[in-house]
Design a protein around this ligand. Structure first.
Ligand code: ME8
Length: 515
């Protein structure tokens, strides 16, 4: 049986242009998907757009457009971002696609057949921005008497006929499920939030609306359209071929290994979604990871504050791999983080230019100048050489562990600890001085370094695919020798291999006078 891995991003609302937050979540999934592929897994990596619901309908109206034309146009921005950021997704789903509407209808019927849905009337609060229902007790009241959801979104009173899902029946089963699967929600602090919400008691959930039209009609009662979150969550099974559950991708990839989400939408993924699935007789996903929130120079990112960080602009300014590195290195994954240009420049100049770039540059230039541009022959390895090369070998296991916990910044820290050791080793061994005194020894030192850099370049591929590929090109590593199967000790670089002329990988960022 091949090893398989299924990872998903949230599907993003298309009422606005993508920003750094969207880029971040998908980046984390991309890095994970790339890591797993290099590690021999057959990976399915899904992203897409969430295109139904009241918010989308009113955004289309405000833009003077028909909702389908509006979502067609806006969804394209997210596909453009995906290409631009070099994401390696295998599928991009749109909830307006027929395959998805079919899956929604089927899931609804399954729930209905199992007596999990009944008709009633909803009277309560609704936040269009969150597309979420809120209990009175969850709301805050502003000085002007207006009520807001915990997210800050305005709520409105809604009273309309509605189908309900018997969520209240699932409280105990959900609690049992969390207990049996302690890593279902990560980080652990987020699990505690979920537990306290579920222990607080679950109300039946309104799962249809009648006051607008933009959505999937309820089978057999098309005066109702399905609640946009029931529709949206279903995307994760649509993409593996649901309603076909007996063959094909569904059997290969479901349950998903990981739904990556931001902390704002944890409740939908960790409470409603497993309840819907269990109620339909389907398996819940294996894990939901809720990452933290980016602020911009200390401020909440919002359209009204005008401080949205545009990922396209960021990449134009700093470079793609630089941005990819920064986002996953700067903040321990799971925590909130603050974006600042200073921190970005600091990481580029110190971690990338000074540490990693400089290591590669000086080793490759020495080989170019002193070894006739060929990988040198090596003699007997000393304990210092072995100790450095072993660091490279040990990295793989340690990264597997970190990746299984979605500890991306930890993984980068561990990689950079080896970069630092390698730089210290260069200083300690001073191969430039050996050139005259002991050229054979110089060859051994440069070879040990080249081997270490090969390990670093292979293992940084998920984070920085382009730069790592260029580094592997400079080491003349064949393209089909770049997976984790080619990490040592069974495979090594071959002395005598001709190397191309070295070129700098990570230029220092020079601040412009006026920035
Ligand atoms: O919630 N920091 O879509 P959405 C970090 N359609 N991540 C951020 C962020 C920030 N400041 N802002 C947004 C929806 N995100 C639904 C999802 S899934 C079945 C349906 C990221 O467009 C983060 O991943 O509002 C968050 O969960 C997601 O964007 C919300 O995207």
């Amino acid at each position: 049986m091949p090893k398989r891995y299924y990872v998903t991003t949230p599907i993003y609302y298309v009422n606005d242009k993508p920003h750094i937050g969207h880029a971040y979540t998908t980046l984390a999934c991309d890095v994970l998907a790339r890591f797993k592929r290099l590690d021999g897994f057959e990976v399915k990596f899904l992203t897409g757009t969430d295109e139904h619901g009241q918010k989308m309908e009113s955004s289309a109206t405000a833009a003077g457009m028909d909702p389908q034309a509006f979502t067609d146009k806006m969804s394209r921005n997210f596909r453009d971002l995906a290409r631009f950021m070099n994401y390696s997704h295998d599928d991009f789903i749109r909830t307006t696609e027929e395959r998805h509407k079919r899956a929604c209808r089927d899931l609804w019927r399954r729930l209905e057949e199992r007596d999990q849905i009944y008709l009633g009337t909803y009277a309560g609060w609704y936040a269009v921005r969150d597309e979420a229902f809120y209990a009175e007790s969850e709301l805050d009241e502003g000085p002007d008497g207006r009520k807001t959801a915990p997210s800050g979104a305005e709520v409105e009173w809604v009273e309309e006929p509605s189908y309900f899902f018997r969520l209240s029946d699932w409280q105990e089963k959900l609690l049992d499920f969390y207990e049996a699967n302690p890593d279902f929600v990560l980080p652990r602090t987020r699990l505690n939030e979920v537990l306290s919400f579920v222990r607080g008691g679950l109300q039946d959930l309104s799962v249809s609306r009648t006051s607008f039209r933009w959505g999937v009609p309820v089978p057999g009662d098309d005066g109702h359209i399905m609640y946009v979150w029931l529709d949206a969550l279903t995307n994760y099974i649509t993409a593996v071929g649901y309603p076909e559950t007996g063959a094909g991708e569904y059997t290969e990839y479901w349950p998903a290994d990981l739904h990556m989400v931001g902390k704002d939408i944890l409740r939908f993924h960790a409470v409603y979604w497993p309840a819907f699935l269990m109620a339909a007789g389907l398996e819940p996903p294996k894990r939901v990871f809720a990452h933290g929130w980016w602020t911009n120079e200390g401020e909440k990112i919002s359209k009204s504050l005008g401080n949205i960080i545009d990922p396209f602009e960021l990449v134009e300014k700093y470079g793609l791999d630089q941005v990819r590195y920064f986002l996953l290195r700067e903040v321990p994954f799971g925590n909130d983080g603050d974006f600042s240009h200073r921190a970005m420049i600091g990481r580029i100049n110190s971690d990338l230019a000074n540490d990693y770039g400089n290591l590669a540059q000086r080793v490759l230039s020495m080989i170019n100048k002193n070894c006739g541009g060929e990988l040198p022959e090596y003699g007997k390895f000393t304990s210092a050489d072995k100790s450095l090369m072993n660091e490279g070998l040990r990295l793989y296991g340690s990264l597997q562990n970190d990746f299984n916990k979605q500890a991306f910044s930890k993984a980068l820290e561990v990689i950079w600890a080896v970069v630092s050791k390698a730089n210290l080793y260069v200083d300690g061994q001073a191969p430039w001085a050996l050139k005259k005194t002991d050229p054979k020894r110089m060859g051994t030192v440069l070879f040990a370094l080249a081997e270490t850099i090969r390990h670093l370049a292979i293992l940084t591929q998920p984070f920085m695919p382009d730069s790592s590929a260029r580094l592997l090109d400079q080491l003349a590593v064949p393209e089909d020798h770049r997976t984790f199967a080619f990490l040592g000790p069974d495979y090594m670089l071959i002395p005598g291999t001709r190397l191309p002329k070295p070129e700098g990988l990570f230029p220092r960022y020079q601040e412009e006078e006026d920035s």
